[in-house]
Design a protein around this ligand. Structure first.
Ligand SMILES: [Zn+2]
Length: 165
């Protein structure tokens, strides 16, 4: 990465993200990028980012489909828990290694996420705050859906909504 761009600083973290370190770690950054593939770690990232007031550029892929959005309740957009309030039932949210994913999809969705990150940092264009881009590689179709905050969200709202885990 530094060979491509000598003006950046790269800080590798060779450890697992945990409840204990997430808050301190996220406080050091303006923007969180979530490309993880399992609900418990996504839930941890969401809760820590909401607590820190930081936006999350989030990408997810499964089989032939990918989705990208920016969760950011501090700026009016929903958090992940507003959109997916309930922990998936066992076996209903398989990881990439369990379901499989078409090889090109991580590149497609990863590049879309990188585009969102650049726009966020540069303040350019219109990001995916409050919107989710869904890419269906099997039919070469994209959709944009509107996402709304849940005022009763367990993570960013009043906490009276459906239990998020
Ligand atoms: Zn929320």
């Amino acid at each position: 990465m530094t060979a491509l761009n000598p003006h950046i600083e790269v800080r590798p973290y060779s450890r697992e993200l945990t409840e204990e370190i997430a808050g301190t770690l996220f406080a050091e950054y303006d923007l969180i990028v979530d490309g993880t593939d399992a609900w418990p770690i996504r839930d941890l990232i969401n809760r820590a980012a909401v607590a820190a007031g930081k936006p999350v550029v989030s990408g997810a892929i499964s089989a032939w489909e990918g989705q990208v959005t920016i969760y950011d309740p501090a700026r009016g957009a929903p958090c992940m828990s507003c959109v997916f309030p309930e922990r998936p039932a066992p076996g209903m949210a398989a990881t990439c290694s369990e379901t499989g994913v078409i090889g090109a999809l991580p590149g497609v969705i990863g590049a879309m996420m990188a585009g969102e990150v650049i726009k966020e940092i540069a303040g350019a264009g219109q990001g995916l705050r409050g919107r989710m881009l869904i890419f269906d590689a099997l039919y070469a179709e994209t959709r944009l859906i509107t996402l709304k905050r849940d005022p009763s969200c367990q993570v960013c709202g009043s906490g009276t909504g459906v239990a998020g885990g």
